[in-house]
Write a protein that binds this ligand. Structure first.
Ligand SMILES: [Zn+2]
Length: 223
C-alpha cells in the first residue's frame, strides 16, 4: 500500500516561502485521474487490506483550502482522504510555522471539519499544538497525543484511530505513547511504501510536492 502526503492544494501566495508545499488544483486533478486510470482504490482505515492497489491520500494540518480546493476534486473522482487536525488551532492559522513560511494559512473550523467528515473524509489527530514531540517533556507529549484524540472524539462523535507526527518527529517512546493512547495507525514523514509486516505506528509516506511532474508522480506511485 502507498500513502501520499499533501499539504496545500492551491496556488501559492507570492510572499510564501517553501512554495513546493502547494500543488496546483489542476495538477492534483490530473494526479487523481491517473490514480483512477491505474485502478487505485482509497480504502477507509477500518478496511485496509494492504494490497498493491490501495492508496491513502493524507492531508496534514487541516488547512481551509482543503474544503475549498482539495475536497471537490477528491469527491469528483470518488476517492477518500484522511485529514490530520491540530485540535487547539481549529479555526485559527498555522501558528507553529507561519513565521518560517512567511504566510498565515487559515485552518478549517469545527463546522468545516464536521462537514467533510459527513461527506466521507476521515479525520485523524495531529496533536493539540503541532510541537516537536521529542523536544518537549514526556508529560506534555502524552497530553498532546491523548487530549487531541479525546477532543476530536467528543466533537465528532466517532473513534479517532489515526495519528500523524508533527514534522515527522518521533522516537520509540513517542511511538509507544501513541499506541498506548489507543490509536491504531501513526503516519511519519519517512519516504516509502507500507507493507502488512511494517509497524502500523511508523507508516512511511510519499510527499507530493508542487514541482513534481506528472511522469515523476506516476513513477513514485508505481515504484
Ligand atoms: Zn503538520
Amino acid at each position: 500500500m502507498k500513502v501520499l502526503t499533501y499539504h496545500n492544494i492551491d496556488t501559492p501566495p507570492k510572499e510564501a516561502k517553501l512554495k513546493t508545499l502547494y500543488v496546483k488544483p489542476s495538477k492534483f486533478d490530473k494526479q487523481l485521474k491517473i490514480l483512477k486510470m491505474l485502478n487505485y482504490k482509497t480504502p477507509s482505515l477500518t478496511d485496509i487490506k494492504f494490497t498493491k492497489k490501495e492508496i491513502l491520500l493524507t492531508f496534514d494540518d487541516g488547512y481551509k483550502d482543503f474544503i475549498e480546493k482539495s475536497f471537490p476534486i477528491i469527491k469528483k473522482h470518488n476517492f477518500k482522504a484522511i485529514v490530520f487536525i491540530v485540535t487547539d488551532l481549529v479555526g485559527s492559522y498555522n501558528r507553529w510555522d507561519w513565521e518560517k513560511l512567511n504566510v498565515k494559512k487559515l485552518l478549517m473550523d469545527w463546522k468545516d471539519i464536521e462537514y467533510i467528515q459527513k461527506e466521507g473524509i476521515e479525520i485523524g489527530s495531529h496533536t493539540l499544538t503541532h510541537p516537536f514531540l521529542t523536544k518537549i517533556e514526556i508529560k506534555e507529549a502524552k497530553k498532546e497525543i491523548e487530549n487531541s484524540k479525546k477532543i476530536l472524539e467528543d466533537k465528532l462523535g466517532t473513534e479517532i484511530t489515526s495519528f500523524c507526527y508533527p514534522y515527522g518527529d518521533y522516537n520509540e517512546k513517542i511511538r509507544d505513547l501513541v499506541e498506548e493512547a489507543g490509536y491504531r495507525y501513526a503516519f511519519t514523514t519517512k519516504d516509502g511504501s507500507f507493507e502488512m509486516s511494517d509497524d502500523p505506528f511508523q507508516i512511511k509516506r510519499i510527499t507530493v510536492f508542487g514541482n513534481l511532474l506528472l511522469p515523476q508522480f506516476i513513477f513514485k506511485v508505481l515504484r
